[in-house]
Design a protein around this ligand. Structure first.
Ligand code: AMP
Length: 146
C-alpha cells in the first residue's frame, strides 16, 4: 500500500488537539505527506438559531479573531504554512469533509472521545466525518476517562 500524500488534521483547538496532532505529525514524518490543518467555527446563529434575542455579530467577530490567532499559533508549532491552514465557517463534520475533498486529502485525522450512554447515541464529530468521508479517517482516542 502506498503511503499518504496529503493529510488533513482537524483541530477543535482544545487541549486535546495536541495529542491528535502528535499522531498526525508522526504519520507525516513516516510518509513525507503534506500536512493541512482545519478548524471550523460554528456560527452562533447555527448553534442557537433565532433563540437569542440580541445581536451576536460582535461576539462572533471576537470568536473568529481568537480562532484565527489560535490556529496560526498551533500551525506554527507544527510548521504548517499559511496556505495549508483552513479556517472555515459551518458545521464541523461537513466542512472537514468538504475541505479534505477540496485539497485532495487521502487521510483525515480527528480526535475521538470514548463515549457512553446518550452521548454515544447522539454521535460525535469523528462519527460524522467517518460516515461521509471519501478517504481514510484516523480517529485518535483522546480524553479517555472510565
Ligand atoms: P467531538 O468528539 O465531537 O468533540 O470531536 C472530536 C474531534 O473532532 C476533535 O478532536 C477534532 O479532531 C474534531 N473537531 C471537533 N470540532 C471541530 C472543529 N470545530 N473544527 C475542527 N475539528 C473539530
Amino acid at each position: 500500500m502506498s503511503s499518504y500524500k496529503r493529510i488533513m488534521l482537524a483541530v477543535d483547538l482544545t487541549e486535546e488537539s495536541k495529542a491528535v496532532a502528535d499522531r498526525a505529525t508522526a504519520l507525516v514524518e513516516a510518509s513525507g505527506a503534506e500536512l493541512h490543518l482545519v478548524h471550523v467555527i460554528e456560527p452562533l446563529s447555527l448553534a442557537y438559531g433565532g433563540d437569542v434575542p440580541m445581536d451576536l455579530s460582535s461576539v462572533q467577530e471576537q470568536i473568529q479573531e481568537q480562532a484565527k490567532s489560535h490556529l496560526s499559533e498551533f500551525a506554527s508549532q507544527l510548521k504548517v504554512p499559511a496556505e495549508q491552514q483552513h479556517l472555515i465557517f459551518g458545521r464541523p463534520e461537513s466542512e472537514i469533509q468538504r475541505v479534505a475533498d477540496e485539497v485532495g486529502a487521502d487521510l483525515i485525522v480527528v480526535g475521538s472521545h470514548g463515549r457512553h450512554g446518550l452521548a454515544l447515541l447522539l454521535g460525535s464529530t469523528a462519527n460524522g466525518v467517518l460516515h461521509g468521508a471519501m478517504c481514510d479517517v484516523l480517529a485518535v482516542r483522546v480524553g479517555i476517562a472510565d
